[in-house]
Structure formats: C-alpha cells, structure tokens
Design a protein around this ligand. Sequence first.
Ligand code: SF4
Length: 305
Amino acid sequence: FKVKREYNFKAFVPITIGCNNYCSYCIVPFVRGREKSVEVKKIIRNIEGLVSRGVIEVTLLGQNVNSYGKDLNEACTFSELLENVSDIKGLKRIRFLTSHPRDFSGSIIDIIKNRDNLAKHIHLPLQAGSNKVLKEMNRNYTREDYLNIIENIREEIPDCSITTDIIVGFPGEERYDFLETLDMVRKVRFNRAFTFIYSPREGTKASKIKDYILLEEKKKWFNELLETQNRISYEENKKFVCKKFKVLVEGKSRKGEGLLEGRMENNTIVNFKGDADLIGKIIPVIITRERTFYLMGDLARKNYV
Ligand code: SF4
C-alpha cells in the first residue's frame, strides 16, 4: 500500500484497496478485486511518519471508505479510524475519498463536526437522481436515502461543502429519469459536481443493457446539467465573499503572475497574492471575488494559523 506524495506537506494514504460493491457500470471490482482494509496500526504508523517529515494534510483513500475495517480481524469502523487519525499530533487537516451513500453513517458527521482537523468537505457520489436508474446501477440507495443524508449533514455541519459525481445517459435512462437527476442537483445544491456521459466498460453488467438514447440527446442533457450545476457552484462561491478562511497554500497559481493557489478547508481553490515561502503553510485569506470553479482572495495578515 503505497503513499502518494506530490507535495512535501500533503499526502494521499490508501486505507482500502478494491471494492465489494459491483456497481453495474464499474470495472474496479474486477480489476482490483475484493475490498481489503489496511490495518489501523499500519495506517497510523504511516501517517505519524509522514507528519514527522512535515506533512500537515492527509487524504485517506478508498473506493468506499465507509466500509473500512469490515474485513479486519480486529474490528474497526471508519469512524473509529478517523478518530485515531485525528488524534495524531501535528496533523492539521484530514480528508477522505470516496464515500458511498449506502454505507455513510451519522457517526462520520459527528466526527467532522467535533474535530477541528477534519476538513468540512464530503464527496458523496450521487450518480443518478432516478430510483429506477439507481437500481439498474446497483447503487443500493434511493434518492430519498441520499436526500436524508444531505439533510443530516446540513443540519449538523451547515458550512460543510458537498461535492458529487454524476453519470448522464446510463442505458435505459429516459428524459424523465434525467429530469430527476436535475431535480436532485437543484435540491442539494452541490458545491461542485464531476459529471460524465456514460460510456460502457467491457465485461460490466451495464454494458449489456440495450441503450436506445442517441449520444446527441445525451450530450444535450449533459450540457443542461452542466449549466445548472455551474450556476449553482457560482452562487455557492459567492457566499464566501468578504469572509475569512484558513487556506493551505499549495503552490504558485496559473491564474496570474505573483499569485499563489491554496485550498480552503471545504476544498475550494483560492488564488491570492503572496510570497512563495507561504507554500505548505495554512494561512488566513479573505475572499474578495467569486468565480465558478475557484475564488480570489487577499492575505488576511502575516502570521500563520
Ligand atoms: S463505482 Fe465505486 S463503489 Fe461502485 S463498484 Fe466501482 S469502485 Fe466500487
């Protein structure tokens, strides 16, 4: 289980490999095999080592992090793992990817709410808003289940950002199914959505389902979805203007000379003027302008958070 490090201040730490879910469109369970969890001790030792070498942010990785630990001899839930990781001294930010709505538990919401070093961001793939399509996808939750989770998150952590993945044009998806996805996007108001037009993966169950909708039609739906989500992302970003946030400076920005790029706790990217020696530090930034996919800001003061 290799740790991925592109930066010397943040790292990606795998906690599970493989997946037991068999979503009908996905090849992962066939390629990576059944889910295997990395032992808690190993993960903690690993992260402690990273922190001692200057890492301040880790992202715990798994195809379905919420089912972590079910296969371990010494039982440990994902929430318990999060608690253990959160206790590591010097670790300032913890993220995790990817959650599965089927296994998402309220205890995760509690931990994010109560622990300062857990980033207030949840990536929760919706994939489709129609119960018929969700069933065909073998996702094992309904739109009502999904909305319930969102309601709980919003109630407990109002400033938590929520991002998602959505597939458009799954075989058998009709216009009215797509409209249900659009309806979910409007209801949930995701901060950001990663959207894809369905493309078949050989060997999967979905690749054998007859598909009557033309690609041209799917592209129209896709653009409709994109337009709706982009407007929502922009409106949500606008709410951050004039507020101060802790930003982990990740490097030089490509948005302009002398600009740095960093991430807020909720994973939104912020560009602001600053010296390169701020890279790798968490600093306060006041948001000055909104864009659809990022924000502009000003350094709030010299000392670090
Ligand atoms: S989409 Fe995710 S949860 Fe579903 S089978 Fe693939 S890896 Fe597993």
